[in-house]
Design a binder for this molecule. Structure first.
Ligand code: COA
Length: 415
């Protein structure tokens, strides 16, 4: 079967998480992704958080599937010359170095554009132009600067970062979309372009509903669906909303049977207005269906805490899966709090290729998250991440270098 991005060649100058997430996706869509790494060390994540001595870490392997790896000292003049060849022959250069690093290497946008006017140069940076544009940034910095941390957590606690890597993987996703759009535009313009996804911007994009709420708060001074209402006065800033729903249908996390010993015996429960009657029947509160204090969404807003406490009395009598089965029969939106162990063992996720077992020559079998985007005419086959420099000779030969020259480059430690 062909792949959506067959024929697209990516010069993958990415490291750590944000950039590699992006190029891994492009590889899953069929692009030929050539990861350029420093000889000897490679992507720093190869050695970070190791669980198997001397084997590439899961951090690295899970972000670099379906790629080829070459080692190249791009600060050495001969290495620069190889990089120039790569620039000439590839469609896209993706990088997430610290601001200015590519320029310092001698590969400014102008230089790249001169070498290959069709090349798309795609970058992840921590911040866009502005006061922080020169800063190095990691995940949690982006979560803090993008509005996520100030709006995550509980009202009486400090700002919180989330487990979802919205700054790194979230920005990688944004960048991948920008690259595909630029490739599409190139079909008509014939030109490459610069694509920038700043981590702060990407996090903010994912926190869009909180900027919505800031403006609602500015106008009305209150947000009735927030857990602070009606007991705690609102300040001028969107507060942390605990586990309240980010949308117009109130929701909360409720205890289920076994919560005393199982940290994840909880369910997310949404009191969607159209199924309010069904909710009342399931929990044995039929009287609420007609009671004017409970019958309408507006009447319920000041009572959400006690409503969820009453629903919780019911959920605590069921396991999260029993509650799911019952509630789904009535189309009541809810979701079990799944642990990573439960997710790893879930057969349906294995069947769809969302969780995949991969074999690796030095670490053996491990689980990874496959391509979350399923396409009917471009299937994803997840293959293991490359060893450091595994494809150096192969790629250099394809670029047109002969074996003697490649041997010289190796002897001189350029590759
Ligand atoms: N050959 C020779 N030199 C190489 C090379 C190669 N193949 N690959 C990289 N380098 C050099 C770079 O040119 C740079 O050199 P310079 O500082 O002299 O210009 C140097 O290696 C280090 O790059 P840098 O990006 O500064 O790495 P770092 O480990 O110090 O910082 C980050 C890591 C993630 C903080 C930083 O890259 C960053 O802020 N990136 C943008 C935001 C981002 O993506 N963050 C999320 C990461 S998940």
């Amino acid at each position: 079967m062909s792949k959506a991005l067959d024929g697209v060649k990516i010069l993958d100058f990415t490291h750590v998480q944000s950039g590699p997430t992006c190029t891994q996706l492009l590889a899953w869509f069929g692009a030929d992704v050539i990861k350029v790494e420093r000889a000897g060390e490679g992507d720093a994540t190869r050695g970070q958080l190791r669980d198997v001595p001397d084997a590439d870490s899961l951090y690295f392997t899970m972000l670099n599937h379906n790629k080829r790896s070459i080692t190249l000292d791009t600060k050495n003049p001969k290495g620069k010359e190889v990089l120039e060849t790569l620039v000439k022959q590839c469609d896209v250069l993706v990088e997430n170095f610290a601001p200015g690093a590519l320029d310092r290497m001698g590969f400014t946008w102008e230089r790249i554009n001169e070498l290959n006017p069709r090349m798309i140069v795609a970058s992840v940076k921590g911040f866009g132009p502005g006061p922080y544009e020169d800063c190095k940034v990691y995940e949690n910095v982006a979560q803090c600067a993008g509005g996520s941390a100030s709006t995550t957590g509980f009202d009486d606690g400090p700002p919180m970062v989330t487990g979802a890597q919205i700054g790194d993987s979230g920005t990688g996703l944004h960048l991948a979309l920008g690259i595909v759009a630029a490739l599409y535009q190139r079909n008509t313009t014939g030109r490459g372009q610069k694509v920038l996804a700043a981590m702060q911007d990407s996090v903010l994009n994912l926190c869009r509903v909180k900027l919505r709420d800031q403006q609602r708060l500015d106008r009305t001074g209150v947000m009735k669906e927030y857990p602070q209402f009606p007991d705690t006065p609102f300040t001028g800033t969107v507060p942390r909303a605990g586990n309240a729903s980010g949308g117009g249908q109130p929701g909360s996390i409720l205890k289920c049977k076994g919560w005393e010993t199982d940290a994840n015996a909880y369910i997310y429960f949404i009191t969607q207005a159209p199924v309010w009657g069904a909710i009342c029947k399931v929990i044995g509160r039929e009287g609420w269906i007609t009671d004017k204090d409970y019958a309408t969404p507006a009447a319920r807003l000041p009572r959400l805490k006690s409503i969820f406490a009453t629903i919780e009395e019911w959920t605590m009598t069921k396991t999260k899966f029993e509650a799911m089965d019952i509630l789904n029969k009535f189309d009541i939106p809810c979701g079990p709090i799944l642990s990573m162990k439960e997710i790893a063992e879930e057969p349906a996720l294995r069947a769809t290729g969302t969780v995949v077992e991969v074999d690796h020559p030095t670490r053996g079998k491990y689980l990874t998250v496959g391509n979350p985007i399923k396409m009917s005419d471009s299937a994803t086959e997840v293959t293991r991440s490359p060893l450091l420099g595994e494809h150096t000779e192969e790629v250099l030969a394809q670029l047109g270098y002969d074996a003697d020259y490649i041997a010289t480059l190796r002897a001189e430690k350029v590759i």
